[in-house]
Design a protein around this ligand. Structure first.
Ligand code: BG6
Ligand code: MG
Length: 219
């Protein structure tokens, strides 16, 4: 097995609990459009870009919007989302996330971010962890959404490491699919039933140290 040299982290739902804000904002928007939207629907939007998320919601509601209204709805959702984010403080990283990042860097592992979000830089700055990441591949840099592996492949290219030597940490089905499609090692964060395709699933970054994760993957 190739030695593990780097970690690529998803942001929403892995480093910070913003997944719940995305859910609330999409739910509010779906209600305004008269479309049913529940937690199971939301699971399918995790890791998916803002534009593709709205396309899916409209498809589920068997409806469509003209280009102008589509843009307006995306902006509205993002404004609501950012209202929640603005209330966040620097200590709202998920349990163990900041320590895990620090421990990874102390082990001289290469660390990058692979997120579909266009708000990633803003959130990393709010949490004061921007400098923990050697590369930040986010929604402003990619052209294809997870489950396409592009976001992680760009990270691997930046770090100059082969995918099989990089572990992807993901809370979404689309993200685990992307990691696997790109040839990366994968750690799911959340429910093992939902993330059944991940090599291992943990409840959060507080559960194990980076060394323990590497040992588990090498076992
Ligand atoms: C992902 C989230 O990280 O980013 C998705 O899991 C979200 O729910 C996507 O739609 C895009 O985020 P943003 O912040 O650009 O709307
Ligand atoms: Mg996520």
């Amino acid at each position: 097995m190739a030695p593990i040299k780097g970690f690529l982290f998803d942001l929403d739902g892995v480093i910070v609990d913003t997944a719940k804000f995305h859910f609330k904002a999409w739910q509010k928007l779906a209600a305004e459009l008269g479309i049913h939207f529940d937690e199971a629907d939301n699971e399918k939007l995790k890791g998916v870009s803002r534009k593709e998320s709205l396309e899916k919601i409209l498809e589920w509601g068997h409806t469509s919007l003209d280009a102008e209204r589509f843009e307006a709805m995306m902006a509205k959702k993002n404004d609501w989302y950012l209202d929640f984010v603005k209330e966040m403080s620097a200590d709202e990283a998920l349990p163990g996330a900041k320590d895990f990042l620090a421990a990874s860097l102390a082990l001289k592992l290469r660390v990058g971010l692979g997120s579909a979000s266009k708000n990633a830089e803003l959130i990393l700055n709010l949490l004061q962890i921007h400098d923990s990441f050697e590369c930040i591949i986010d929604g402003t840099k990619i052209t294809r959404s997870k489950p396409d592996p592009q976001v992680f492949s760009m990270g691997a290219e930046f770090l100059g490491i082969e995918p099989q030597s990089i572990v992807v940490f993901e809370d979404s089905q689309a993200g685990i699919e992307a990691a696997r499609a790109g040839g990366f090692r994968s750690v799911g964060i959340g429910d093992p039933k939902i993330l059944a395709d991940a090599e291992i699933v943990i409840s959060g970054l507080h559960q194990f140290s980076p060394t323990e994760i590497i040992n588990k993957l090498n076992f």
